[in-house]
Design a protein around this ligand. Structure first.
Ligand code: EPU
Length: 350
């Protein structure tokens, strides 16, 4: 395993933003991982684990330690009665993996089609889209401790999946590096049509759509809302949809009567922040090289050559505007790496 130096990180992120890693290692096996960790320990440098770079804003100053890029591959499939257990290396690119499960006749991940990133990143923030969260399909997650290099299998409940969060986002969870993820998928599973536009796509259908057809619907719906990451830099939704109490919701609905909102199990409601930002006139706003995407206001974009600093200041303006106009404190959904990039609500990293 080779330790590279001064590697530019921008091209490893879908935002196309970020300075240099002082040290950089590509890890293809658990043994590589152990060696990288031991090297970093010896050199006394901080670690940062990089997957597909699709949910990150990396500082223009880069990362002053060792970036460990997980490239552990491999997919295996095992029948377990009605369900199949599919195990994938953390470095497998997510969408080709989804295609592979669909081609094997399995359902469970088709609603999560078209999402950039790698398999290992999905449990961390419990990736979700079009009515499905990945945590519902995960059987277990294999991870190695940064401190002891010991391997541990986290069963589904150990992962503490929540809305865009999991154990792996906690202080303790950050000590664990995900190397493999196992999914429980089924043959002949019922399609999930809970997301309105996916359901609408199949109106007048008499037979349930196949996983491949659901994938096609999802890809079409996504293409209407998200920029093409080959052309425009983005990390998808920049902020989380906030939860509000009933008083705040009532106040918001007075001003914006048709604001989409969803009741939460523990009380209160989640509001569609994209819809709120649109009503606060943020949709399509562009400042220099950064902006709010013109088709989806939760998505911030780098039109080319933006710095992390510019993106952060732009996001801070949005946070301030929402606070001043509604009293709601919104928090980023993406992760910030490196110095001088902390935004309230985000935990420091690195
Ligand atoms: N809306 C607007 N204007 C906008 C944006 C949205 O009116 O500018 C409305 C939509 O019409 C819809 C509602 O707001 O009624 C919610 O929008 P949408 O269904 O597009 O989803 P979202 O809440 O903005 C979330 C996830 C996405 C995921 C979609 C689809 C978060 C932070 N984001 O976005 O995930 O793809 O649902 O399920 O929860 C990501 O995490 O990076 C991500 C892209």
């Amino acid at each position: 395993m080779e330790i590279e130096r001064e590697v530019l990180l921008a091209s490893f992120t879908t935002f196309q933003i970020g300075g240099r890693a002082r040290f950089f290692a590509r890890v293809r096996t658990p043994q590589d991982l152990k060696e990288a960790l031991e090297w970093g320990e010896k050199e006394k440098v901080p670690f940062f684990v990089l997957g597909g770079g699709s949910n990150l804003l990396i500082s223009d100053d880069g990362f002053p330690g060792l970036v460990i890029k997980i490239e552990i591959g491999g997919v295996s499939l095992k029948e377990e009665g009605e369900v199949f257990q599919v195990v994938a290396g953390a470095g497998e690119p997510w969408d080709p993996f989804v295609v592979r499960t669909i081609e094997s006749g399995l359902s469970g991940l088709e609603n999560l089609s078209g999402i950039p990133g790698t398999v290992g990143g999905t449990p961390v923030q419990n990736v979700g889209a079009y009515g499905v969260e990945v945590g519902t399909a995960i059987a277990w997650v294999e991870a190695y401790s940064m401190k002891t290099y010991k391997k541990r299998l986290f069963q589904n409940t150990d992962c503490q999946f929540g809305y865009r969060t999991s154990f792996f986002k906690t202080e303790e969870g950050r000590q664990w590096i995900i190397t493999r993820v196992a999914f429980h998928l089924s043959k002949n599973g019922a399609p999930n049509l809970s997301y309105r536009e996916v359901r609408d796509y199949f109106t007048n259908r008499e037979t349930p759509p196949t996983p491949l057809e659901v994938r096609e619907a999802v890809l079409l719906i996504r293409s209407r809302k998200f920029p093409d990451i080959k052309v425009i830099g983005t990390a998808g939704s920049f902020f989380k949809n906030p939860a509000v109490d009933s008083t705040t919701l009532a106040k918001l609905l007075k001003e914006f009567p048709d604001l989409p909102h969803f009741p939460l199990r523990g009380g209160g409601s989640k509001i569609a922040l994209g819809a709120l930002l649109e009503r606060l006139q943020w949709k399509g706003v562009r400042r220099g090289r950064v902006g709010v995407f013109e088709k989806q206001s939760l998505v911030l974009v780098n039109y080319g050559g933006s710095t992390a600093q510019e993106m952060r200041e732009f996001a801070e303006n949005i946070i301030r505007d929402v606070r001043e106009k509604t009293g709601i404190e919104i928090v980023p959904e993406i992760v910030f790496i490196g110095d001088r990039l902390q935004i309230p609500g985000d935990l420091p990293r690195g």
